[in-house]
Design a protein. Structure first.
Lengths: 43, 184
């Protein structure tokens, strides 16, 4: 394949395995349920 | 001594493969060399060039350098732009029932050139099976559905496109490629 003259050389060491990359994004984040306030119990 | 890498994410480029059949299963095959790309295994580059020596002109010696080398043309090739790989389709249309166009991840030692890369390791990230139609197929060839199903074993998105149909020019135009350079 004709791709022209070399311009620079570098090294790439992927953090994630390029062969077994996740196919899809995990999807939208589930919204957190609102935290219920605990009622204060007066002594 | 370990040398720190320059980047941590693979680069991507475009390639064209021939679809080869082994034991009734389809694999990607390099256009210019006999090797096949195995499922779920990165392809590792080796320099195929042979040195010529005046002392022993009858025997060509292996180049002896790791691929890719800046002063050589070795390494796994991929182009920045798909329009640089599509002219090679002419060689296969009418001779082979299928080809695959796609994107490939490249890493390891990488030589960046004017219009593409040469790399030490590569694995496809997306494939388009180009079907040249019934005329190119013999009764011994696998049907397109089987080829797509086989290429699914690379575990990357695979899509079939009929060359000559309306889909391909439309898809190519959408990706910034002039269709007149593609369809033979």
């Amino acid at each position: 394949m004709e791709i022209g003259k070399p311009e620079r050389k570098y090294t790439i060491e992927p953090i994630q395995d390029p062969v077994r990359r996740p196919k899809e994004s995990p999807g939208p984040k589930r919204e957190r349920e609102p935290v219920r306030r605990r009622e204060r119990v007066r002594p | 001594m370990t040398v720190a890498p320059d980047y941590l994410e693979p680069v991507e480029g475009w390639r064209l493969w021939k679809v080869v059949e082994q034991d009734r299963r389809s694999f990607l095959g390099s256009l210019f060399y006999g090797g096949t790309w195995n499922y779920l295994v990165p392809l590792s580059a080796a320099c195929e060039h042979r040195r010529f020596s005046l002392r022993t002109p009858w025997r060509r010696r292996p180049s002896g350098h790791p691929a890719p080398e800046e002063g050589c043309t070795c390494g796994i090739h991929a182009a920045f732009d798909p329009s640089d790989v599509l002219p090679y389709l002419d060689r296969f249309a009418g001779h082979r029932p299928y080809c695959a166009l796609g994107r490939v991840a490249l890493w390891g030692d990488v030589v960046e050139c004017q219009r593409g890369f040469r790399a030490q390791y590569a694995y496809p990230t997306r494939l388009y099976v180009l079907d040249f139609g019934q005329r190119s197929r013999s009764r011994f060839d696998l049907p397109p559905e089987t080829v797509v199903q086989d290429l699914d074993s690379y575990e990357v998105p695979v899509e079939a496109l009929a060359v000559g149909d309306d889909d391909l020019p439309e898809w190519l135009t959408g990706n910034g490629i002039r269709p007149d350079t593609v369809v033979p």
